[in-house]
Design a protein around this ligand. Structure first.
Ligand code: AMP
Ligand code: MG
Length: 414
């Protein structure tokens, strides 16, 4: 493979690789589209949302009770008030609250004219048709003022925000039935290898089930990618070429696993150089060293090594920043800092991503415990991990209690 090494960059550091990817992906901004609120969960907001009106839109009661004038009440003791009406949430206007009168009110109902406070029902009683109120009500008590949550004209949500339940609620508050979001990147996932068999099918000698189809596929979907097609491909250059060219026709991204190392059946680097372009091949990381970034037609190609853990690590650290760049948003989340529960003796120079459990102790210190299974083929290490510990380049030991960067996996801390 010496020729390939000569025509494209190889052996990049992880930061350099990421910068290269982000520069190219960032030049392919995704368009925007309008979707119904019910279909907008997990999508990236395309524009700032400005509060179209105050929320709440009118002063209303925070309690079930009685609306009154605080000035009518004694500082201590009790006072009977004349009940002149009632207003419930969604109900219409009632008589003005004058001196020594009150209006029965429920939570969310508009405050009647003249009233400036609400006394909760539990602090009152009815006696001889009068409402006996305990004194000391504070002016403005239990009233939710118009605009106390959002003021008209304020930025309520900022562009680039991934829409979760609370953000969808905010959009609905402003009466929006649909929202402008960034189009999801469309990806084809190709799992390559003669040894691969679909789950559900029996295994022959030397065969394994295609776990990347679901592991990597699920990871991509959790990162907001729309998987338009998944296909298993044999280690056959002709088949690979056809599948790659077809995928390039309608995908923004092609994600492949396997066939990108230096083995006799690893056809991808040469093939991509032939039918597309290799931006770089091989990164100084462990696992995931054979990672290749290229393009075929308009589609960006992320060729991940076949080892399931390598796929996870490279997706999290190299593909994910490309998604942020295409959506024109800040890559999130950045790494957290944690202390090592056990020491690590790193006997190689590449940067390393170790699978780890995270736990926050009573002193709010975040601890990372490296998983015992660190082999790049050991999916168990990922399945039981919360995060990747990111160890910088260089051969050295990391002591117990030492601070390291950790990159949480999707789903943590659940
Ligand atoms: P490769 O990158 O093709 O050399 O594959 C490296 C290792 O990952 C080999 O042990 C493969 O059997 C394994 N592997 C490749 N593709 C998959 C897959 N889709 N699911 C599970 N293991 C895989
Ligand atoms: Mg292979």
């Amino acid at each position: 493979m010496a020729e390939e090494d000569d025509i494209f960059p190889t052996g990049l550091g992880v930061e350099e690789a990421r910068a290269h990817i982000v520069a190219i992906a960032g030049a392919r901004k995704l368009s925007t589209e309008t979707v119904a609120l019910a279909a907008a969960a997990g999508r990236v907001l395309a524009n700032d949302v400005v509060a179209a009106f105050d929320v709440p839109g009118f002063a209303n009661s925070a309690m079930d009770g009685f609306a009154l004038r605080a000035a009518d009440l004694p500082q201590v003791g009790e006072k009977p008030l004349v009940l002149i009406g009632e207003v419930f949430a969604g109900g219409h206007a009632v008589a003005k609250v004058e001196k020594d009168t009150c209006v029965r009110i429920t939570t969310g109902a508009p405050i009647p004219l003249g009233a400036d406070s609400v006394v909760m029902k539990e602090n009152t009683r009815i006696e001889d048709g009068r409402v006996i109120v305990i004194g000391g009500a504070r002016h403005g008590a239990n009233i939710r003022v118009a605009g106390e949550d959002y003021r008209a004209g304020e930025t309520a949500l900022t562009r680039g925000r991934r829409l979760g339940p609370a953000q969808l609620g905010v959009l609905a508050c402003f009466g929006m039935a649909d929202v402008s979001v960034v189009r999801s990147p469309r990806a084809v996932l190709l799992t390559t290898g003669d040894e691969l068999v679909a789950p559900g099918e029996p295994l022959g000698f030397g065969q394994i089930h295609d776990s990347n189809r679901y592991g990597l596929g699920g990871l991509l979907e959790s990162l907001g990618v729309e998987l338009i097609h998944r296909e298993r491909v044999r280690d056959d250059p002709v088949a690979l070429r056809n599948v790659l060219l077809r995928a390039a026709g309608d995908a923004d991204l092609i994600v492949s696993s396997g066939g990108v190392s230096a083995g006799e059946a690893d056809f991808l680097p040469r093939l991509v150089a032939e039918i597309g372009r290799v931006h770089f091949w091989k990164v100084r990381i462990k696992p995931g060293m054979p990672f290749l970034f290229g393009q075929i037609g308009h589609a960006l190609l992320f060729a991940l090594p076949g080892n399931p853990v390598s796929g996870f690590a490279t997706c999290m650290t190299l593909l994910r920043p490309a998604l942020a760049a295409m959506a024109d948003v800040e890559p999130a989340p950045t790494t957290l800092r944690a202390r090592l529960r056990s020491g690590i003796d790193k006997r190689h120079t590449r940067a390393e991503f170790q699978r780890a459990k995270l736990e926050c102790d009573a002193q709010a210190v975040l601890w990372a415990t490296p998983h015992a299974k660190q082999g790049s083929g050991m999916l168990r290490g990922v399945a039981e991990a919360d995060a990747l510990i990111v160890l910088p380049e260089g051969e050295r030991s990391f002591a117990v209690g030492e601070l390291v960067d950790v990159l949480p996996l999707p789903g943590w801390p659940e």
